[in-house]
Design a protein around this ligand. Structure first.
Ligand SMILES: [Zn+2]
Length: 690
């Protein structure tokens, strides 16, 4: 998060989004404990060889309905996430009431300001006035560059595109400027373009929502409807000009080095010089234009849309981005469309959870310093070092045994593996927040100052040596990631706890949990996207042409396999939603590789300890407990709306398919549960990349 990176990090799981919603009545309560291995989760009426997810998770799914203020509820991610958030809330609440250091005062004030909905309700639209006045002063669409720059300068929402500093994809030692598409409000371009009945309905509901927000802001219903038409026209044109998520996964599709002069030729009607001056970025001659077609179309749109349409668009973007810090009517209306209608959430997210997450995003390495002191013992870091070493060794062994790969490519793969860096727990050096001013009586202003602070932090990297020690996630986060440009794997303290990692359970369960997570992140270095980068983080082919061909045949097998999995069932007038095999390919490859190499590492570890994989605990062999431990990480319930949205936007498959897809591709599973060859979880033909 602190790099505002334009090149995506490869995460373990999608961040569970928090709603922007009004204050809930609920008081925070200590959450239920997340258990490592759960016999009561198992559905013994199911056949593990037919549907292993149902077997491992069926009872848990049945007895853990989605709480009304969530859209998905996962046995590991949600329970541990709730626990971490609760512990963070305790810290924030205490700091807000009785800060013991200047840093505690800063994050305590940030949290307290966010929680002050009485103040927010009282101030009404007043905090938005400076931005709205700036937008109102626009007299000519050709002055959009100056206006967007001015909005960004003050930390106001500045839509249309994302600009920042990133590592050069082809020379990872360099940090260069980069610019990419943006400007949409709905979750994906498909929401604007897809012609099916379902999306037509959603667009109508979106139209109603935008109109309502304009009327809440004081416009007449006629004026609001007219403004909404302009918003839809501009956003739909931007959607059509956008590159799809799937195409953006190809690094070549997002790498186009332009001189500033060429950027001006591409989008002559947008004054980028004014924009760059306003955001105060250092000097540069070339930059990466990730999506040139988008900027070409943006120029056409500046010529075709009248100035009033742009004003409507920018007013809407301001209202939308600020909704959580606006009075209750706005917050309710925002919840109603984005969480309830689009994602199926029944009740708003309690304010304390929203503000805890927001403070973590804004000041994560300030709050995190105290959090890790209390919740991440040095012992945990040492155990993780051992586990990572075991997984590295296993991946090395796996590479050596790949039947299809030439010796030359195996050697290059080993070199890349040896260059992977590990980051565990939290940063060696914490970020300094002195330049961020926080005011207890100015929640929206805090957000604006924070936006400027984060941007300045990112832009200061321009032309500087790469700092390999920076983190892209805060310490309490329940997630992990691989960054191809740094060739590093990162495990925040937040995930290094039960049910992923528990010093009190047998190794099989830990290898099925955190072991697979480590293997997953390592395999990202070798999935369809990560494998295009070398060990130094440069976009450079290191496979031979023939091996690359073989590799693509194998990844194509997974594209087809996962593309056949259903994400949501058909109804009378709505077809079933299937996974996008290409969008989820990298994650599926990482899941499959992770399951295989953590198993190898478990065998090595048990052999070293003189233990047998056939030893039985609670009626299950260690082999079976490994696969059960893995599957139970993925037990989850999800609203159908959210599942449909995720099928379009999430590069991760849902829990059921993360489990069944990976085990059916790994013969050791079928053997462990004595399945018959040809049963669904032990098929005659399966896919294997790594
Ligand atoms: Zn991943």
């Amino acid at each position: 998060m602190n790099r505002a990176s334009l090149a995506p990090l490869l995460l373990l799981s999608v961040g569970i989004a928090l709603a922007q919603a009004p204050a809930g009545e609920q008081k925070p309560a200590p959450p239920a404990e997340a258990r490592s291995f759960d016999l009561t989760a198992i559905d013994k009426t199911a056949d593990p060889c037919t549907d292993f997810y149902q077997y491992a998770c069926g009872n848990w799914d049945k007895s853990n309905p989605i709480p009304s203020d969530q859209t998905r509820w996962a046995r590991s991610f949600s329970l541990l996430g709730e626990r971490n958030r609760y512990l963070l809330w305790e810290e924030l609440d205490a700091a807000a009431k009785n800060p013991k250091s200047p840093l505690e005062k800063k994050y305590g004030d940030y949290f307290a300001a966010c929680m002050d909905t009485a103040l927010i309700d009282k101030e009404g639209m007043a905090p938005l006035k400076p931005a709205m006045d700036r937008i109102e002063s626009l007299t000519d669409a050709h002055k959009l560059g100056e206006l967007i720059g001015e909005l960004a300068e003050h930390g106001d929402p500045a839509p249309l595109f994302r600009f920042g500093v990133q590592q050069d994809e082809k020379d990872a030692s360099q940090q260069i400027a980069g610019i990419s598409q943006g400007g949409l409000s709905l979750p994906d371009r498909d929401y604007y373009i897809n012609d099916s009945k379902r999306f037509q309905t959603i667009r109508q509901q979106y139209h109603d929502h935008v109109t309502k927000m304009f009327t809440l802001a004081g416009d007449s219903p006629e004026q609001a409807a007219k403004e909404t038409d302009a918003v839809l026209t501009i956003e739909t044109a931007l959607a059509k000009a956008s590159t799809s998520r799937t195409d953006l996964r190809e690094p070549e599709n997002r790498y186009h080095i332009y001189t500033l002069a060429d950027l001006e030729k591409l989008t002559p009607d947008f004054d980028f010089n004014a924009y760059f001056k306003d955001v105060n970025v250092g000097h540069f001659d070339t930059l990466n234009v990730a999506t040139p077609n988008f900027f070409k179309s943006l120029n056409d749109l500046i010529g075709s849309e009248p100035v009033d349409a742009w004003k409507s668009y920018l007013r809407w973007q301001t209202l939308h981005a600020s909704a959580a810090e606006l009075p209750k009517d706005f917050r309710d209306e925002n919840f109603d469309f984005f969480e309830k209608t689009l994602a199926g959430q029944k009740e708003p997210t309690p304010r304390w959870r929203q503000c805890t997450a927001q403070t973590d995003r804004a000041l994560g390495e300030a709050v995190g310093q105290d959090w890790v002191k209390q919740h991440f013992p040095p012992k945990a870091k040492a155990s993780m070092d051992q586990l990572v070493a075991a997984l590295e060794k296993a991946l090395g062994e796996d590479i050596q045994t790949l039947p299809w790969m030439s010796d030359e490519t195996k050697k290059a793969a080993e070199e890349k593996l040896n260059e992977i860096r590990n980051k565990i727990g939290y940063p060696d050096h914490w970020r300094n927040y002195d330049a961020l001013t926080v005011k207890r009586d100015d929640p929206l202003g805090n957000m604006h100052r924070e936006a400027v602070f984060q941007r300045n932090f990112n832009l200061a990297h321009l032309g500087k040596p790469v700092n390999e020690k920076e983190w892209g996630m805060t310490p309490p986060t329940v997630n992990a990631y691989y960054n191809p440009s740094l060739n590093d794997i990162n495990f925040p303290a937040g995930i290094l706890q039960p049910p992923f990692f528990d010093p009190n359970v047998d190794p099989a369960v830990n290898f099925g949990g955190i072991g697979v997570v480590i293997g997953h992140e390592m395999t990202h270095g070798f999935d369809d996207e990560g494998s295009k980068y070398d060990g130094k983080g440069n976009l450079r082919e290191w496979q031979t042409a023939d091996d690359r061909k073989q590799f693509v045949e194998r990844t194509d097998c997974e594209v087809k396999e996962y593309g056949g999995f259903e994400a949501a069932p058909a109804h009378a007038d709505t077809p079933a939603a299937h996974l996008n095999g290409k969008l989820t390919l990298g994650e599926n490859t990482a899941d499959n590789g992770g399951l295989r190499i953590a198993y190898i590492a478990l065998l090595d570890t048990l052999a070293k300890e003189g233990k047998s994989i056939d030893e039985t605990i609670d009626g299950y062999t260690e082999k079976q407990r490994y696969f059960l431990g893995f599957a139970q990480v993925w037990c989850q319930n999800q609203t159908e709306q959210s599942a449909r949205q995720a099928a379009l936007t999430d590069s991760h498959s849902p829990g059921r398919w993360r489990t069944n897809g990976a085990v059916q591709n790994f013969d050791e599973f079928g053997k462990a549960f004595s399945c018959k060859k040809g049963q669904p979880m032990y098929p005659e033909n399966s896919c294997r990349v790594w």
